[in-house]
Design a protein around this ligand. Structure first.
Ligand code: URA
Length: 431
């Protein structure tokens, strides 16, 4: 197959066969197709799109580009994926809930990049906890306690890793078939039978509008279903950060409170809703599933799973029961309401960028981060505030990034005279 011909085909809006996609994508992964040709092809895909069949084929080509995790010996396997947000510590709560509900979570998670956080970074706030486990231990731990969680393996869907890096520098990341196939190739290669997707929509998300979010959710559910998996998606709001905390240690602290049944309403409800999707995909009645899911936060069973999981992966489990041990940055600065009124908006992107400026995130892969810095939302949209009252609290270390963070937070905060209409957190479901 001639690569310039394939680029021309896509440029002119034609659809590729699976063999053609293999020639392009596997050729690139092997190093036979150069960056400049694949860049031109990616831009043609960006502009011309892909059919459903092409998107499904591309996903399978990438999923089969390396190893596939074999979870066949584990009961009721479930995976969860969020398309990325600010303050999204859902995985820290949901995965032990699922384990307590008798499902098996053997999951790969990512690190934070740009303004979005990552589960692995958050868990590394607990001293000793490691994201690296040999495959046998990963599987054995999932069998023993129902939960193991590691970093993304380079051997899993390697084509996606290479393609993503190229997309990142060719302005072709925000393209629906490329996002859908990227996410789902990793989910298919990771082997879980049931996949629950949390598709974030709004200012702090990839997908800015509900229509775009729905289209992405539909595409991912269709890809998974074609591949014989149970896939369900929930579309959730990411205009405002989830819960009250953004920043690594702070988010773990909030997740622990939630696992004790003392979490913020939005975060708790989202975790319950995602657990219901996982159980319903396995044929359980939704009302009973919601009751059972809530129970795991009340009776300590999800917290017990989290404690066992932390210890199994080398973490100091005493942190789970003694939140005072976490290294939270000692510097404090508040952003106050300039006038009295109601909080209209706390822009998730501004909060995410503020955490980044404080040193809590990374612009480039591999950079070190400060787990202790972050932002607390003392008030959420819809709440009344007095002039001069603190709305946001910055946790900084030696004032690093403080001025930038403050300016970002001030620009992302709006106060108005009237109470805004309440925004639903769960916007839609796709299955
Ligand atoms: N997350 C991924 O894994 N891939 C994308 O393309 C976008 C978000």
């Amino acid at each position: 197959l001639n690569i310039p011909d394939l680029i021309r085909q896509k440029r002119d809006g034609e659809a590729h066969s699976r063999a053609e996609l293999e020639a392009l994508v596997l050729g690139y992964t092997r190093g036979d197709v150069p960056d400049y040709q694949l860049s031109a092809w990616l831009m043609a895909v960006y502009l011309r799109g892909m059919t459903e069949q092409e998107t499904a084929d591309l996903t399978l080509v990438m999923a089969d580009s390396g190893d596939r995790m074999d979870l066949a010996g584990l009961p009721r396997t479930v995976d969860k994926h969020s398309t990325g947000g600010v303050g999204d510590k859902t995985s820290l709560i949901l995965t032990p809930m699922l384990a307590a509900l008798g499902l098996t979570v053997a999951k790969m998670s990512g690190r934070g990049l740009a303004h979005t956080g990552g589960t692995i970074d958050k868990l590394e706030s607990i001293p000793g906890w490691t994201s690296e486990l040999p495959e046998e231990r990963f599987i054995a731990q999932a069998r023993d306690i129902g939960l193991s969680l590691v970093g993304q393996s380079k051997d899993l869907a390697p084509a996606d890793g290479k393609l993503y890096a190229l997309r990142d520098v060719t302005a072709t990341v925000d393209c629906l078939p490329l996002i859908a196939s990227s996410i789902m190739s990793k989910k298919l290669a990771s082997g879980a039978h049931t996949v629950v997707l949390d598709v974030k929509v709004g200012a702090g998300a990839f997908m800015r509008t509900l229509d775009d979010g729905r289209a992405l959710a539909r595409a991912m559910v269709d890809i998974g279903t074609r591949a014989g998996r149970q896939v369900r998606a929930v579309l959730t709001d990411m205009d405002t950060p989830l819960g009250h905390m953004a920043g690594n240690s702070l988010e773990v602290l909030e997740a622990l409170a939630t696992l004790r049944g003392e979490g913020p309403h939005d975060l708790t409800e989202l975790c319950v809703a995602l657990a219901v999707e996982a159980l319903a995909a396995q044929g359980e009645d939704e009302a009973a599933a919601a009751e059972r899911a809530r129970q795991t936060l009340q009776d300590g069973s999800a917290l017990a799973k989290f404690r066992a999981f932390v210890a199994a992966q080398g973490g100091d489990a005493s942190y789970v029961d003694d939140p005072g041990k976490f290294d939270v940055a000692p510097g404090r600065a508040d952003v106050t309401a300039p006038v009295a009124g109601f909080v209209q908006r706390i822009d998730a992107l501004s909060v995410g960028r503020a955490v980044l400026a404080l040193g809590g995130g990374r612009e480039r892969k591999g950079e070190a981060i400060d787990h202790g810095v972050g932002v607390e939302l003392l008030r959420k949209p819809g709440e009344a505030v007095q002039a001069g009252e603190a709305v946001l609290r910055i946790y900084h270390r030696d004032s690093r990034g403080l001025d930038v963070a403050r300016a970002l937070l001030e620009s992302g905060l709006s106060i108005g005279a009237n109470a805004p209409a309440p925004d639903p957190l769960i916007l839609d479901r796709v299955n």
